[in-house]
Design a protein around this ligand. Sequence first.
Ligand code: PRP
Ligand code: URA
Length: 220
Amino acid sequence: MSTPAPVKTTEPIERLVVFRHPLISHKLAALRDARTGHRPFRALMSQIAGLMVYEVTRSFETTPVTVQTPMGPAPCARIERPVTVVPVLRAGLGMTDGVLELMPEARVGHLGLVRDERTLLPTTYLKKLPKDLDAGPVILIDPMLATGGSAVEAARILREAGAVDLRMICLVAAPEGVRRLTEADPGLTIYTAALDERTNEKGYILPGLGDAGDRLYGTG
Ligand code: PRP
Ligand code: URA
């Protein structure tokens, strides 16, 4: 019997999705709070990422399958194509467990990028990716989209490595970062829990949440 063709979703794909959900807003308020220590910060970041997965995967292709329930055959659907999540170190790691909780079969690539504090230019220090990135959706994970330099570089690396269906999840984005990333990669969809006002002269998002990596790991 031939394999049924995957079903493409009819959902329109937008290029920027800003979440408006009471639970995400509530948790984001606690995450932003300067009094929140690294332990609850870590838990909140992971929980928000998990909540975002539902929307990020809405347009994934599914394949019709028949499953035998105790009562007989049931028409069902499965995500057959391999999903790859790619956290940007360090801060992206804080969202990864929350994403994997919902998609435990996903493969995990790693990108290590760090911004020079003066020039704000990113340097890549680690790249470990599956070979066949074109086999399914790729989700780039980084909580902060500030000037956009890191995300543009990460997206470039992933496209060069074969990513076709590319999405990015972040927690807080600045308009300049969104603009820069959508101009550099018009095919990528950005999902963010909040769209803030701007970045300051040091490239920090205002009001943002401070340095995500430092707050996550208590290194500030
Ligand atoms: C942060 C953040 C992004 C980047 C965003 O990482 O996690 O990767 O800055 O800034 P941009 O949009 O202006 O490029 P950082 O370089 O501080 O590294 P870290 O996570 O290791 O602290
Ligand atoms: N990176 C962070 O961690 N926070 C910002 O506000 C900007 C970049």
